[in-house]
Design a protein. Structure first.
Length: 416
């Protein structure tokens, strides 16, 4: 690695540039070597969509500067505050630092800082007319795709789709939990793929496991194991098309499309349809004495909280869950995933202290996938009119843990 740093210093121009050198001279000594280098730029630390600093470098100093200027990436009054420098200095703080990319970023920043300063001091260069759009140095992908494929965006999606559903996997895969420690002794460390934080977990899954199938995402072990289509010690945790499966697969499909370059235009990107942030919990909800015709079918619960101030139910649901009804036992039970509107005080509080449901009055809307529609089309939505079997009100003093379930009798769930 020491030899790499030495060679990198030579590549980016540690031969030195003199004070007062023209932009052209600085460009040839400091910027062109970056363009010609076979090594990836520091952009690859945060971006997954083929973004490279080289995309912004054109054959000449003049064209490169005008291109950056015309895109608003250069601050003519304060060159040191230029956006392109801000972008270069950005790094992925969620992962373990990459020392090679850190050194690359440092040298890129120094080179561009010196060159931009020289350009901004050249009045004739500053005054030149704008380039045509087709002359600009741009990323290979549309900017919307570049933004979507940032690692921090991928992590946000991971938190909503995988991390929020982690309690469906119980404790067997959670590093440090007694159940996981026991299984690790039998099957090795590969069992404990849920780490302490979302970022650690995502990095582990993507970098140290074979849980994702890039060629056939639907065949990923991260899906087939909980479906028990591949032998799973924990049994069946997902049903095709349930909330857990949909969440896991949505994230896997998105990641594999990013990696495979499947997104070509902004219209190809997945649409953001949920304005609520999801949080996984160990709060259990149970329905007892379920009717025979609910047996062994997927049941979904959507829970609403009573607003004392308004004297009415909150418009947005506060919790959801689904699972197969145990027909023989006339019972349905599962952990709930709670939700808070984005930008709300509730979301802010839950991000700081963890999600909780207050004691009080609640309403549950129960839906049954009577015809198994979700098993036919995994990302289908349950039609409220045809699948809703009833609504019930209950009072709850929510406490986490399997032994402290909040419960309602199915007789109190009516279709009125």
């Amino acid at each position: 690695m020491h030899h790499f740093f030495i060679s990198l210093s030579i590549i980016v121009g540690y031969a030195g540039t003199g004070a007062g050198d023209s932009p052209k001279v600085v460009f040839e000594k400091r910027i062109l070597p970056i363009f010609k280098s076979p090594n990836p730029s520091s952009c690859t630390e945060c971006h997954l969509a083929n973004l490279d600093l080289k995309n912004y470098i054109l054959p000449t100093s003049e064209k490169t500067f005008l291109s950056l200027r015309d895109q608003g990436l250069v601050d003519m009054k304060e060159p040191g505050k230029s956006k392109i420098l801000k972008f270069i200095s950005m790094k992925d703080n969620s992962s373990k630092p990459d020392l090679i990319l850190a050194k690359t970023r440092e040298e890129e920043f120094k080179a561009f800082s010196e060159w931009i300063k020289a350009c901004c001091e050249d009045e004739s260069l500053r005054a030149m007319p704008k380039l045509k759009i087709e002359e600009l140095g741009l990323p290979e992908k549309p900017i919307a795709i570049v933004r979507h494929a940032r690692k921090d965006r991928l992590l946000e999606s991971f938190e909503q789709n995988i991390w929020a559903m982690r309690f469906r996997c119980m404790n067997c895969h959670t590093a440090g939990h007694p159940d996981s420690i026991k299984l690790q002794k039998e099957h090795g460390d590969r069992v404990a793929w849920f780490k302490k934080t979302p970022s650690e977990t995502m990095d582990h899954i993507l970098g140290k496991t074979k849980l994702i199938d890039l060629e056939s995402p639907e065949k990923s072990l991260l899906l087939l194991k909980p479906l028990n289509e591949v032998k799973h010690g924990g049994g069946k945790k997902f049903i095709m098309g349930d909330l857990g499966y949909q969440a896991f697969r949505n994230w896997i499909e998105d990641y594999t499309r990013i990696r495979g370059g499947a997104y070509k235009t902004a219209s190809d990107l997945p649409r953001e349809i949920n304005n609520q942030t999801q949080f996984g919990t160990e709060l259990w909800f149970k329905i007892t004495n379920t009717p025979a015709d609910w047996g062994d079918k997927l049941l979904r619960t959507t829970i609403y909280m009573w607003d004392e101030k308004l004297g009415d139910w909150e418009k947005a649901p506060i919790a959801v869950s689904d699972r197969l009804v145990w027909g023989k036992g006339k019972t349905w039970q599962h952990t709930v995933t709670v939700m808070a509107s984005k930008g709300s005080e509730r979301e802010t509080a839950w991000k700081k202290t963890g999600p909780t449901l207050l004691p009080g009055k609640y309403k549950v809307v129960v839906q049954i996938d009577k015809d198994g529609d979700l098993t036919k089309v995994w990302n289908a939505k349950l039609d409220e009119k045809t699948t809703t079997v009833g609504t019930g009100e209950f009072r709850a003093n929510w406490r986490p843990g399997y032994g402290q379930m909040t419960s309602i009798d199915a007789a109190n769930i009516t279709s009125k």
